[in-house]
Ligand binder design. Structure first.
Ligand code: GSH
Length: 208
């Protein structure tokens, strides 16, 4: 088995999908977490090809770009779907998640308080309900209990991970799913998957 070293910040952020994949596949890895202060000092000498984290070292190879890392690991661990259609559906969910994350990150880093409040309101009242309804439609089109095929894949992890962030962003409200009950059930099904549950209980507690 290859040796895996994942390096990311003390956060879930762009590192958590890889951590979920390791947890689901029961594959040992080093979960290296650096703080931002230390990162600023070591960034220049780091192995990170784009000067950003996460990176994943697989034996002597250095992998970068979180989505590429996620697809690589999911394929290695049999969690990327089986057919081209499955793969297409994984990318649909990943694309939708990127749309939501881009908005959340933009709002999080907005320094003007009035603009921040306005963008946050727009996100919760306008963007989120239509985003959830589109994601729910994609989910229902699959006709199973998961986004892709009849078992948990990378697509479900993308969905789950962004919803955890949206919940924090909406101050812990589980009500984010009130307009999308099928996604509410899916979220709970993923959360209750024993290996996901165990990882969430034991992982370091971080805000994002
Ligand atoms: N497209 C990259 C973006 C990576 C990225 O923006 N990483 C941030 C943390 S989420 C980072 O390393 N920030 C510190 C820096 O740029 O020095 C990916 O998905 O991996």
């Amino acid at each position: 088995m290859p040796s895996y070293r994942l390096t990311y910040f003390e956060a879930r952020g762009r590192g958590e999908i890889a951590r979920y994949l390791f947890a689901l596949a029961d594959i040992p890895y080093l979960d290296i977490r650096v703080n931002l202060k230390k990162w600023k000092k070591i960034k220049g000498d780091s192995k990170a090809p784009f000067g950003q984290l996460p990176i994943l070292e697989v034996d002597d190879k250095v992998l970068c770009q979180s989505d590429a890392i996620a697809v690589y690991l999911a394929r290695e661990f049999g969690l990327a779907g089986k057919t081209s259609w499955d793969e297409y559906r994984v990318y649909v969910v990943q694309g939708a998640v990127t749309d939501a994350m881009t908005k959340i990150i933009g709002i999080h880093f907005e320094e003007d308080r009035t603009k921040k409040a306005r963008h946050q309101y727009h996100f919760s009242e306008n963007f989120l309900p239509s985003w959830l309804s589109a994601v729910e439609k994609v989910y229902k089109e699959g006709g199973t209990s998961f986004f892709v095929g009849d078992s948990l894949t990378l697509a479900d992890l993308y969905f789950f991970n962004v919803c955890e962030t949206i919940q924090v962003f909406s101050r812990g409200s589980k009500d984010i799913f009130k307009s999308a009950p099928a996604l509410d059930e899916l979220f709970d099904r993923i959360a209750n998957t024993p290996k996901i549950k165990a990882w969430r209980e034991k992982r370091p507690k971080t805000h994002f």
